[in-house]
Write a protein that binds this ligand. Structure first.
Ligand SMILES: C[S@@+](CC[C@H](N)C(=O)[O-])C[C@H]1O[C@@H](n2cnc3c(N)ncnc32)[C@H](O)[C@@H]1O
Length: 235
């Protein structure tokens, strides 16, 4: 049996720690996600695809794509979708998927200016050391008129849901992760990083400050997850 790794990142999100932590969860990442989200991950991915509205013939960058599970969902549209991530372990765990994969850092993307019709990042931005730099990089590689969709954990907007959810995050989730994940410590980081993450309005402001136009967001599952959208000015 493979040795369990216990690397976990701290909230300053040093890139080498984040990449090693994801290398450690890669083997059972997809399964753990579905278990800890009680299957909601599939709904969130479907809604993300709808928000991007990819069209056949378009080129879409799925950044921080990990095992490519989010990229496969996007590819159902008929658009050409590429997965990029800096965890070699996550990319390797998704090698069985029929999606092009590129190793790359969100803060220094290995793509030319104005390359993509849309750029998206699901559950990845929260793990990036400098999110403002990453959002400017996403803008750089997007064509004028192209779209951005960020799918990320957020702040529940219903008080009772918020209380239950915070209890789940801090108490139950680490216990569940111990039974399913190949790196349970990473799920303590998950809970802490969600708690420290900007709320919907704060993130929206930062997306706009990075240069994206028409920034809007919508809540999924009562704000457990939010989808932020924007577009690059020009045509
Ligand atoms: C929670 S996983 C999300 C994977 C996938 N998008 C999904 O929806 O399941 C977060 C991913 O972000 C990647 N990541 C974090 N920081 C990154 C960075 N600076 N550049 C590229 N990938 C990064 C990690 O390696 C990890 O695979």
């Amino acid at each position: 049996m493979a040795k369990t790794q216990s690397v976990r990142a701290s909230l300053d999100k040093q890139p080498h720690e984040v990449a090693s932590m994801f290398d450690g969860v890669a083997r059972r990442y997809d399964l753990t996600n579905t278990v800890i989200s009680a299957g909601q991950d599939r709904y969130w991915r479907w809604m993300t695809r709808r928000a991007i509205t990819p069209r056949p013939g378009e080129q879409i960058l799925d950044l921080a794509a990990g095992t490519g599970v989010s990229t496969v969902e996007l590819g159902k549209s008929g658009a050409w979708c590429v997965a990029a991530d800096f965890s070699q372990g996550m990319l390797a765990a998704g090698q069985f998927r029929d999606v092009p994969m590129v190793a790359g850092d969100a803060m220094a993307l290995p793509f030319a200016d104005n390359s993509f019709d849309a750029v998206t990042i699901s559950f990845g931005l929260r793990n990036v050391a400098d999110i403002d730099l990453a959002m400017r990089e996403m803008l750089r590689v997007t064509k004028p008129g192209g779209r951005l969709v960020i799918c990320e954990f957020s702040t529940p907007v219903i008080p009772v849901l918020k209380t239950v959810y915070m209890e789940y995050l801090m108490k139950a989730l680490p216990r569940v992760a111990r039974t399913v994940s190949s790196n349970p410590d990473a799920y303590v980081y998950l809970a802490e990083s969600i708690r420290a993450w900007p709320n919907q309005r704060q993130l929206g402001r930062r997306v706009a400050d990075a240069g994206w136009a028409g920034v809007k967001w919508r809540n999924l599952t009562g704000g457990v997850v939010a989808l932020h959208r924007g577009y690059k000015l020009g045509s």
